[in-house]
Design a protein around this ligand. Structure first.
Ligand code: UGA
Length: 432
């Protein structure tokens, strides 16, 4: 069945949804408020760093199944299904800002065809589908929740090969109609009521965040005990009840989703009369772990916690919140750079995907064109993002350009035996 679909929002979720639905044979119109972005996309020029998107946009445009227009109502007016993929950023209270979703709902309400199903993919608190349905205010238009579980960097593959598809609606017929859009995708489809689907999204991200906080705290424990974290975590991961995923210790979890969604869940669970103390602890553990990593760097430089030392040079490889993306929102690397800058360090950074840094780099940071230039004259090299190319750097060359050969590997990317043999002082996260 080929359906006529509108996707509102051409960010990484909207664009991925649009190109994948077009790839699956649907006729898709993607609307965005940003006219410049629409012009760019219409020419096949993708403004987002996301694996596979370039090819998929070109495929959609050349097949005639994908087009881009400016404005939500232009995109929505002929569609049978309208996917809302607009941002819901964090407000100071921790709650998501619903203003964009509300204004889109009001804008499209008068132009929607009868029996259109509005599908909400934006991450919104339980009860939002009902709220959007009331805003649209038409008895012939239903709103369904279909949360996304797309990771930045692998969003296209996550869309086409999901672990599950969750569709929540208080109108079963609309849910079944939405499920038919995914025919051809091999994954369990779970149909629930709307509030359950909305809750699944937050609980999934809260669980992932808690699991990583657990792995990071085990890494700190291993370091205190003098045992190797990789072996300890591997020893538990073989237990299929625990699994291998989301157990890699690092500099802390960041990005545009986990920090925002955990805080939102804490806010609205507490507003509903239940304090999720376990999640609160996971969030606090993440903040403390980020500070622990910064203390480790300072200690390798011989700088004590309550002391400032000017003139030392630190090379930082990786600024994005993880490999495979240029996104620096809530990146642990940015918090790390800020702490080091406050301690008087001169910072030299390299990231293969660095474009616009959310919140900016600390003043005076030198952005380098390659990792060797970042390491030039450095007293310490810190690897903050797990880009594969950092694993395969020529470390003899790194040794030649550094003032003191010291490496803090906040992603446990390197082999400590090889690196120490080359003459580096090496520290990882929870490693011997
Ligand atoms: C996350 C979820 O994984 C997606 O399922 C969800 O759809 C998305 O948020 C969203 O809500 O839109 P993403 O933000 O792309 O996806 O990031 P992840 O790949 O989950 O990584 C989050 C953070 O945890 C990163 O900083 C990453 O480096 C860190 N991490 C992840 C670890 O430190 N260790 C791990 O083992 C895994």
């Amino acid at each position: 069945m080929q359906a006529s679909v509108a996707v509102i929002g051409a960010g990484y979720v909207g664009l991925t949804t649009a190109v994948c639905l077009a790839h699956m044979g649907h006729s898709v119109t993607c609307g965005d408020i940003d006219e410049k972005r629409v012009t760019q996309l219409s020419k096949g020029d993708v403004p987002i760093f996301e694996k596979g998107l370039d090819e998929m946009v070109k495929e959609g445009l050349s097949s005639g199944r994908l087009r881009f227009v400016a404005g939500a109502s232009r995109a929505a007016k002929r569609a049978e299904y309208v996917f809302l993929c607009v941002p819901t950023p964090r407000m100071p209270s921790g709650m998501p800002d619903m203003s964009v979703i509300s204004s889109v709902a009001r804008e499209i309400a008068p132009v929607l065809r009868s029996r259109t199903v509005v599908v909400n993919k934006s991450t919104v608190p339980a009860g939002s589908a009902l709220m959007v349905e009331r805003m649209i205010g038409r008895s012939d238009v239903k709103v369904v929740s279909n949360p996304e579980f797309l990771r930045e960097g692998t969003a296209v593959s996550d869309f086409l090969h999901p672990d599950r598809i969750v569709i929540g609606s208080d109108d079963e017929q609309s849910a079944v109609r939405v499920s038919s859009l995914f025919a051809g995708i091999s994954a369990p489809i779970m149909i629930t009521d709307a509030m359950t689907a909305e809750t699944v999204k937050y609980v999934a991200n809260a669980f992932l965040a808690t699991k990583i906080s657990f792995a990071n705290s085990v890494a700190e424990l291993c370091e205190a005990l003098g045992v190797e974290v990789k072996d300890v975590l591997l020893g538990i991961a073989y237990d299929h009840r625990i699994g291998f995923e989301y157990l890699s210790p690092g500099p802390g979890w960041g990005g545009s989703c986990l920090p925002k969604d955990t805080r939102a869940l804490l806010s609205f669970s507490s507003a509903s009369g239940y304090d999720m103390e376990l999640l609160e602890a996971a969030v606090r553990a993440n903040e403390e772990h980020e500070a622990w990593i910064a203390r480790k760097a300072l200690s390798m430089l011989g700088v004590s916690d309550d002391y400032r030392k000017d003139g030392l040079v630190v090379a930082v490889c990786g600024v994005s919140f993880k490999a495979g993306t240029d996104d620096t929102r809530d990146s642990p690397a940015l918090a790390f750079l800020t702490t080091l800058a406050e301690k008087g360090m001169s910072l030299r950074v390299f990231d293969p995907a660095l474009r616009n840094v959310a919140g900016g780099l600390p003043e005076g940071t030198v952005v380098c064109d390659d990792p060797y230039s970042a390491c030039s004259g450095a007293d310490l090299l810190c690897i903050m993002t797990e880009w594969e190319e950092f694993r395969w750097m020529d470390f003899s060359k790194v040794m030649d350009v550094m003032v003191t050969p010291k490496i803090l590997d906040a992603r446990n990317l390197l082999d400590p035996i090889v690196i120490r043999k080359l003459g580096f002082a090496y520290e990882g996260v929870g490693r011997r």
